[in-house]
Design a protein around this ligand. Sequence first.
Ligand SMILES: [Zn+2]
Ligand SMILES: [Zn+2]
Length: 252
Amino acid sequence: MNEELIQCDNHYLQAFSIVCKHLSKKSENLGFHEVEIGAYRPEAWCDACNERWQLQNDTETEREKWEDACDFKIVCVLCYDAIKAKNELAPTFDLDVFTLNEIVNLLDQKNTSIKENFVFPHFLSQLYLNILSKQNTQLIAIECQLLSLDDAIKINNSSQKKDEWIFATSIEVEYWSFTSDNHIMYYEQIENNVIAKKIEITFEEWLKFAFLLKKLDFIQQKYLVTVSLQKALQQRLQMINPKLTTYFKDII
Ligand SMILES: [Zn+2]
Ligand SMILES: [Zn+2]
């Protein structure tokens, strides 16, 4: 929060923030994007400025140009809230959760059958085995690469874990596995250690989560992370399984 106060024509002495020049007390439904999640009334801009960001964020010069066109104005915090209320819209980016059928159709599949004489651990779900029998190794999202049958067998043979089955890899040494007590483990690198997180979701929920991250990767290439994006993501995680909101609270 700014310590300094400004003299607002309507609200006397107040703290302040800044908004792009398109947002004013007279504007309506222009969109309202706030940066700096968790900050106290962070700088904000409209949909048009947010769209322009997609075309102008590669270099420092471009970013400066973007800022010039936003032409940020100082507003008191009470005016800020009024502007937000009049301009905030439902998020327009596509973060809809895919259904299982849609996901199965999106998977990169080939025609092979499950290895006849290979004995899979008893705790693997039927859904997983069905998908495993015909899929190629594929990157679903940056953090989720689903392994083909051959690659899964290879990685599990070398890991030698009796009560776990690795089914997906993530960035570098991180990976995902099923455990014999029907959970999913996520091995995440934190500094120099790989930490195991037990995540109580099903494989179907994991697939929905992975495909949601795919959409998120795409959105993040185009848009800044804003409060509305973060809220929308948390809401979708909640829809898939509320436990995901705890594990991935700070994912963006
Ligand atoms: Zn604007
Ligand atoms: Zn004011």
